[in-house]
Design a protein around this ligand. Structure first.
Ligand code: SAM
Length: 414
């Protein structure tokens, strides 16, 4: 029974927690490493339908698996996936015209993300001092501070810090750029209650650290677009909120990669290379199972790009030598390569089922952060700040502590 006294965010978390936990057998197994998935025995019609489809068909469904008309239980899970991971849209406001020199040197897609992020910041009280967390060169911070408010940028890479400082001076923005490892013990010295921290695509531990330090420092507002949930120093996910800590869901680093498995930005050439690399690895996988007389996946290291310029036969021979496998006997290499491509089509289509859990798992992780902020006394909003085609990491977490007695946009008194 849903707990009607829980906040809407907590209710959504609870429903997602049930959905993700109940279907672990569908999303955990990876078709790339397992030739036969346990769920295929339970859902033979769905499995053979998916296995019969082409690589192009898999590619076409990759970004929106929930729209695929596949046999049950796919359609039912797709409906649940969409309903449970739906996020409200955040109010957007037009940005004042910013000087064109602010976007000099910023790749087009990155500038669009920065503008989208900035145009979705709305707080009851105007922030006075922006703090760009893991700022890179500080492009986001400069856009926000272009109206004259103060800006502090924290970044670990000294070259980015130096370029950022130069850019700020050139455009006359009142900014301090500090070289700082935000995970180091002395990072807290840079966070003060008058700061409004912003973080666009700070990975795993980096944005988790910000959530903790900003709430400790008493920051009144903050805005974070998280990414790379798997970039953490522990072997398993450490829940932040009390609610998520009570969940039985244990997430490994591999599980945390699922929300990141959507590819949207790759061009045709990069996609072709990625496909070839995976098809060849899947072909090699068949070979290594035969050579080792063992029907198990054998992890292989990432390889330099020029390996794909070899012949398929040479690729396999070199990889077999690298993994110190028994000598390769006569092979029909063209047939083995064709099997690799055939497996790639099957893998990509079978993956569509686990891809239905990509967004639910991401929203589960985002809600954990949102609930943590609620527990720290923030009013929290979570919503998309741009289309997923601009960046799949398109969710913005806004936290705001309202002064006692203040009335927020919803009319609630705090
Ligand atoms: C994905 S980039 C995002 C940069 C910028 N926010 C943007 O959107 O363009 C992540 C940034 O975090 C910085 N970074 C990584 N580890 C860090 C650390 N421990 N402390 C501070 N910055 C770090 C990287 O150098 C990089 O500039």
């Amino acid at each position: 029974m849903p707990d009607s006294s829980a906040s809407p965010l907590a209710q959504q978390f609870a429903a997602l927690d049930v959905f993700i936990s109940e279907h672990q057998a569908l999303w955990r197994p990876r078709p790339f490493t397992e030739r036969q998935l346990a769920w295929e025995r339970e859902h033979p019609e769905l499995a053979s339908w998916l296995r019969s489809r082409s690589l192009e068909q898999a590619e076409a469904a990759h970004n929106h698996p929930e729209q695929l008309q596949a046999p049950e239980p796919f359609a039912r899970l797709a409906r649940q996936s969409s309903a449970l991971s739906r996020l409200p849209s955040l109010p957007q406001h037009p940005l004042p015209d910013s000087p064109p020199r602010l976007s000099v040197d910023v790749p087009g897609r990155k500038w669009q993300q920065i503008q989208a992020f900035a145009s979705h910041l709305s707080f009851a009280q105007q922030p006075q001092h922006w703090l760009d967390w893991c700022a890179g060169k500080g492009h986001l911070g400069r856009l926000l501070a272009s109206d004259g408010r103060q800006l502090t940028c924290l970044e670990w890479d000294p070259q980015l810090v130096a370029s950022g400082r130069q850019l700020s001076q050139r455009v006359g923005i009142n900014a301090r750029h500090y070289q700082q490892d935000v995970l180091a013990a002395d990072a807290a010295q840079h966070l003060h209650s008058e700061h409004c921290p912003v973080a666009l695509h700070a990975c795993g531990d980096l944005h988790v650290q910000l959530l903790k330090l900003a709430s400790q420092a008493g920051c009144q507002q903050l805005a974070i677009a998280p990414c790379c949930y798997n970039r953490i120093h522990t072997s398993h996910y450490q829940a932040m909120s009390q609610t998520a800590k009570a969940s039985n869901l244990q997430l490994s680093l591999e599980d945390l990669r699922l929300p990141l498995s959507e590819t949207v930005t790759a061009g045709a050439r990069v996609r072709r290379q990625r496909d070839q690399s995976m098809a060849w690895r899947l072909g090699f996988d068949l070979l290594q199972r035969e050579l080792r007389q063992c029907n198990e996946y054998l992890p292989t290291p990432s390889l330099p790009g020029d390996w794909l310029h070899k012949s398929f036969a040479q690729f396999c021979l070199d990889l077999a030598a690298l993994k110190q496998l028994p000598a390769v006997t006569t092979q029909d290499w063209p047939a083995l390569e064709a099997k690799g491509w055939q497996r790639l089509a099957e893998v990509r289509n079978l993956e569509l089922l686990r891809n239905l859990f990509r967004r639910p798992l991401e929203v589960w992780l985002l809600l954990d952060r949102a609930l943590y902020l609620e527990e720290q006394g923030y009013r929290v909003r979570l919503g998309e700040f741009c289309a997923s085609s601009l960046t799949p990491r398109n969710v913005l977490l806004l936290g705001e502590r309202l002064p006692t007695g203040a009335v927020d946009n919803s009319g609630d008194i705090h």
